[in-house]
Design a protein around this ligand. Structure first.
Ligand SMILES: NC(=O)c1ccc[n+]([C@@H]2O[C@H](COP(=O)([O-])OP(=O)(O)OC[C@H]3O[C@@H](n4cnc5c(N)ncnc54)[C@H](O)[C@@H]3O)[C@@H](O)[C@H]2O)c1
Length: 322
C-alpha cells in the first residue's frame, strides 16, 4: 500500500487534532472529510487537506481508513458502516454507549478484516507509560485515583446525556480504561453516586477489586473546580508511593526517607504529552505491518462494561461482579 488514505467523520475538536497529526505523517494522507455541518469540514480541509464530501458514502468511497470523531452516540452507526465497507477504523472513545451497543459493535468488528483501534490516548501518554514501566518491577498493592472536571458547560454538549451517554462516558472512562492498563482485569466493583449540579448523576465514588488481588478507590466529580491536577493516580507499593499529576509529571517516592524523584513532561508538546501522536502513528503501523493496535475493540468494550457496571451498582446498591 502507498500512503494510507484517511477519511475523518466529524471535523470538530478531536477530528482536527488527529487531522493535524496525519497531515504531517509521511505514511498517511488526509483524503476525505465528512461533517453534518459543512462549514466545519470546509475549514478543516483548508488547514489539513482532504476532499469535502457531501455524504458518508462519498467519504467511504475515497479512503482506506476512517477516523470516527463524531459525538459518542453516533459511534456505533458510523463505525459499523466503515467496518462493513471494509475500512480500517480508528474510533474515538467511547467505543459505544451501553453494553448492548458495545456487544453489537464488537461482533461486527470481529467479523471484519481491518484494523480497529479505540482512542484511549492516555495509554500512550509518557506519564502513564512511565507508571506502567515502574509498576512492572514493583507490584502495586492499592491506589487512590481521581478524575474530575470543573464543569459540564463548555462545550455545552458535555452536559447533554443524549449526546454523551452520561458523564462517565465523557470523562471518567479514560481512567477506567487506564486502571485495566495499569492493574489488570477488574473482577468486582461497588459504586456510590449522587446528583448536584446537572440533570444526571454527577458525583461518583467507586471501589474496585482486581483479578490479581489489587484494589483501589476512585473518585470522579463533574463539577469540582479545575484545580490542578484534575486527574491523579496515587499508587502504593512496598515502601513506595508513585503519584501521577495529569499528563504533566510523575513523582516517585521510595524507601523510608522523604526524598523523591520527579519525572516531568511539561516541556513535551500536547500532541505527544497526551498520547495523540503516538496513537495515530500506531494506527498506521498496525495497518501497514499487520501488527495489533495498542487499544483494541475488546479494550473499548471492557471500558464500556465498567461504566455500565458503575451505573448499575449505584442503581441497585449492590456489588457488581464481572
Ligand atoms: N480522546 C480524547 O482525548 C478525546 C478528546 C475530545 C473528544 N473525544 C471524543 O471525540 C468525539 C468528538 O468530540 P469533539 O470534542 O471533537 O466534539 P466536537 O463537537 O468538537 O466535534 C464533533 C463534530 O462531529 C460532527 N458530527 C455530529 N454528528 C455527526 C454525524 N452523524 N456525522 C458526521 N459528523 C457529525 C459535529 O458537527 C462536530 O463538528 C466524542 O466522542 C468525544 O468523546 C475524545
Amino acid at each position: 500500500m502507498n500512503k494510507v488514505r484517511i477519511g475523518i467523520v466529524g471535523t470538530g475538536y478531536i477530528g482536527n487534532v488527529h487531522g493535524n497529526i496525519y497531515s504531517r505523517d509521511e505514511r498517511a494522507e488526509i483524503s476525505a472529510l465528512y461533517d453534518i455541518i459543512p462549514g466545519r469540514m470546509e475549514a478543516a480541509s483548508r488547514r489539513i487537506g482532504g476532499r469535502v464530501c457531501s455524504s458518508r458514502e462519498e467519504l467511504l468511497d475515497n479512503c482506506d481508513a476512517v477516523l470516527v470523531c463524531a459525538p459518542n452516540k453516533s459511534h456505533l452507526e458510523i463505525a459499523s458502516a466503515a467496518v462493513a465497507a471494509g475500512k480500517h477504523v480508528f474510533c474515538e472513545k467511547p467505543f459505544t454507549t451501553g453494553v448492548e451497543d458495545a456487544r453489537k459493535l464488537l461482533e461486527i468488528v470481529n467479523g471484519g478484516n481491518g484494523v480497529f483501534q479505540v482512542g484511549h490516548n492516555r495509554r500512550m501518554a509518557p506519564v502513564y507509560v512511565k507508571l506502567r514501566e515502574l509498576l512492572a518491577d514493583d507490584p502495586a498493592h492499592s491506589a487512590h485515583i481521581k478524575m474530575n472536571r470543573g464543569e459540564l458547560k463548555n462545550p455545552p454538549w458535555t452536559g447533554d446525556v443524549s449526546v454523551t451517554g452520561g458523564f462517565l462516558y465523557e470523562t471518567t472512562i479514560h481512567l477506567f480504561d487506564m486502571v485495566r492498563f495499569q492493574f489488570g482485569e477488574v473482577t468486582e466493583l461497588k459504586a456510590y453516586g449522587s446528583q448536584h449540579e446537572y440533570p444526571e448523576i454527577d458525583e461518583f465514588s467507586v471501589i474496585f477489586k482486581f483479578e490479581n488481588g489489587f484494589h483501589c478507590t476512585f473518585a470522579s466529580s463533574s463539577d469540582a473546580s479545575w484545580h490542578f491536577p484534575f486527574e491523579r493516580i496515587e499508587v502504593f507499593c512496598h515502601h513506595r508511593t508513585i503519584v501521577t499529576e495529569e499528563m504533566e509529571r510523575l513523582l516517585d517516592s521510595r524507601g523510608m526517607n522523604a526524598d523523591f524523584k520527579t519525572h516531568s513532561f511539561h516541556m513535551v508538546e500536547k500532541e505527544d504529552k497526551w498520547g495523540y501522536a503516538q496513537e495515530d502513528r500506531a494506527f498506521i503501523t498496525a495497518i501497514l505491518d499487520g501488527s495489533s493496535p495498542p487499544v483494541t475493540a475488546e479494550d473499548g468494550f471492557k471500558a464500556v462494561q465498567i461504566v455500565e457496571a458503575v451505573y448499575e451498582s449505584i442503581r441497585s446498591g449492590e456489588v457488581v461482579r464481572f
